[in-house]
Design a protein around this ligand. Structure first.
Ligand SMILES: [Zn+2]
Length: 423
C-alpha cells in the first residue's frame, strides 16, 4: 500500500483499482522474444508486495476470477501468464480506521489469504520458507506468503509478533506511512504534531532482534531515514526493502538515497523496486503534486456531501475519485521503472535488486504496459534489451530475494541454536 497518506485527507480502504480503459493496452505494446519468454518461464519469479488481501477481505474478491473487466493487478490467471512464482501478500492495517483493534484486523487479513489458498489448492499454496517456494515452483502453483506492512500491527507486544510469525508472516515493514510507538516513518517525519523517536526506540531495536531470532525478514520500506540506519546497525541478518525505489531519480522521502542502497548491499540485503509511477517517474510525481489541491478538494466535496446527507463514507467511491484524478496524468513509459532497476543494480550491485510491485495498492498508477502480473515478462524483455544477461535477470526476478530469505532462515537457526530465548 503506497499512496493513501501521500496527499489524501483521509485513509483509503480501496486504492487498488486500475482504470478500466488501460486494460486494453495489456500485452499489446511489447513484443516478447522467445529468449525473454524462456528466461521468464524458467525463473522462480518473486514479488514482495501486493495489497490484494484488502480486496479479498473488503470486496470479497476471489483470486480465481477470470473476469476480463476486473481492474485488479493480481489473479491466478494473471500470475500464471506472467509466471509469477511467489507473491508476498501485504497485511496492511489502516491505522486510522482500525484504532484500538490493529491485531484483529491483522488476523482477519491473514485469514483472507489462507481462505483463498484453501479455495484454489490446485493452483495456489501457502508458503513459509524458501523450500516451500521451491516446492510450489515444482508443482506449478503460486506460493502465497505474507508480510505485515506497518509495525503498529504488533500493538507494542512481542507475543503478538511471535503469533504472527507462527501464522506464517515472513516479513514486517517496521512502519507504514504512520510513525508508530517505536519506529519513525518517512510518511509523517516532517509533521510536528507527530511524536517522533529519532529512529527506532530501544523496544524497536528489540523487535528487530526478535525478528532475526524468529526468521522474519526486516523490511525497511516506508521508514524514516534514521529508522533505516538504526535498523541496519541493529539487525543480525540481511534486510529487505519490500517495495522501494531510488530517491536520486525521484525525490520523495519514501525512496532510498544512494547511501542507503549501498548500505543494503553491504548488509547483504535486497531492494525490491516499487512500480508506482509517483516513485519511479519525476514527471508523474510533479504532475501529481500539481493536482494535489484540486484532488483533495474533490474528495472533500464528496465527504461533505455524504455528511450533509447523513450517510457513511463509501471508500470505493473515494478511490474512484482518486483514480479519476490519477488517470488525468499520462502514464510514464516502462523505461522509468527499468531505469530504477538499472540504477539500483549499478549503485547497490546486481545481487541487491528485485521486484516489489505494490500491485493492487497504487490505484492503477503503474507504467505503460504494466497492467497486471501478466505483464511481468515485459520487464524481462526490457532488461534483455538493455544488455542484461539471463543470469542477472533471474537474480532480479527472484534469486536475490531467495538468497536473502535463505540467509534470514540461517541466521534464525544460528541464534536459536545458541540458546537465545524470546524477549
Ligand atoms: Zn506500502
Amino acid at each position: 500500500m503506497t499512496r493513501p497518506q501521500l496527499f489524501l485527507p483521509i485513509p483509503l480502504l480501496a486504492s487498488w483499482c486500475l482504470a478500466a480503459s488501460t486494460i486494453a493496452l495489456a500485452q499489446s505494446d511489447v513484443a516478447l522474444s522467445a529468449k525473454a519468454r524462456a528466461i521468464q518461464d524458467s525463473a522462480i519469479v518473486v514479488d514482495t508486495h501486493a495489497d490484494t488481501p484488502q480486496r479479498f477481505l473488503d470486496e470479497g474478491f476471489d483470486i480465481g476470477s477470470t473476469d476480463p473487466n476486473d481492474f485488479g493487478n493480481i489473479s491466478l490467471d494473471k500470475t500464471k501468464r506472467g509466471n509469477l512464482g511467489a507473491e508476498f501478500f501485504s497485511i496492511w492495517v489502516d491505522p486510522d480506521l482500525n484504532q484500538g483493534h490493529f491485531a484483529r484486523h491483522t488476523f482477519d487479513l491473514i485469514d483472507s489469504v489462507y481462505e483463498q489458498a484453501a479455495r484454489h489448492p490446485d493452483r495456489m499454496m501457502m508458503a513459509f520458507s524458501v523450500a516451500d517456494i521451491e516446492r510450489a515452483h515444482r508443482e506449478h502453483k503460486l506460493a502465497a506468503l505474507m508480510g505485515i506492512e506497518g509495525g503498529h500491527s504488533i500493538e507494542n507486544d512481542m507475543h503478538l509478533l511471535r503469533d504472527y510469525y507462527r501464522l506464517g508472516v515472513r516479513y514486517m515493514t517496521l512502519s507504514w506511512s504512520n510513525t508508530n510507538e517505536w519506529a519513525d516513518s518517512s510518511g509523517d517525519i516532517d509533521d510536528p504534531k507527530v511524536q517522533h523517536h529519532n529512529g527506532l526506540t530501544d523496544f524497536g531495536k528489540q523487535v528487530v532482534l526478535e525478528m532475526n531470532r524468529l526468521g522474519m525478514m526486516v523490511d525497511i520500506s516506508h521508514v524514516a531515514d534514521k529508522t533505516f540506519w538504526d535498523a541496519i546497525a541493529t539487525t543480525k541478518a540481511p534486510v529487505i526493502a519490500s517495495h522501494s525505489s531510488a530517491r536520486v531519480l525521484v525525490n520523495v522521502p519514501r525512496n532510498m538515497t544512494d547511501d542507503m542502497l549501498r548500505a543494503v548491499a553491504k548488509n547483504g540485503g535486497v531492494v525490491q523496486v516499487n512500480f508506482f509511477s509517483g516513485f519511479d517517474d519525476e514527471n508523474f510525481r510533479k504532475a501529481e503534486a500539481a493536482q494535489e489541491k484540486d484532488q483533495k478538494a474533490a474528495v472533500q466535496a464528496y465527504l461533505d456531501q455524504r455528511r450533509a446527507e447523513g450517510k457513511a463514507v463509501d471508500y470505493m467511491e473515494v478511490d474512484r475519485i482518486e483514480r479519476q484524478w490519477l488517470a488525468k496524468i499520462p502514464r510514464p513509459p516502462l523505461k522509468s521503472l527499468i531505469d530504477q532497476i538499472d540504477h539500483i543494480a549499478k549503485v547497490a550491485g546486481i545481487d541487491h535488486v528485485g521486484l516489489g510491485s505494490d500491485f493492487d495498492g497504487v490505484s492503477g498508477a503503474t507504467p505503460q504496459g504494466i497492467d497486471s502480473a501478466a505483464d511481468l515478462p515485459k520487464i524481462t524483455q526490457a532488461l534483455l534489451d538493455r544488455g542484461y544477461s539471463a543470469e542477472d535477470i533471474k537474480k532480479i526476478l527472484g534469486e536475490n530475494l531467495l538468497r536473502v530469505f535463505r540467509q534470514v532462515e540461517q541466521v534464525s537457526r544460528e541464534i536459536q541454536a545458541s540458546g537465545a530465548a524470546g524477549r
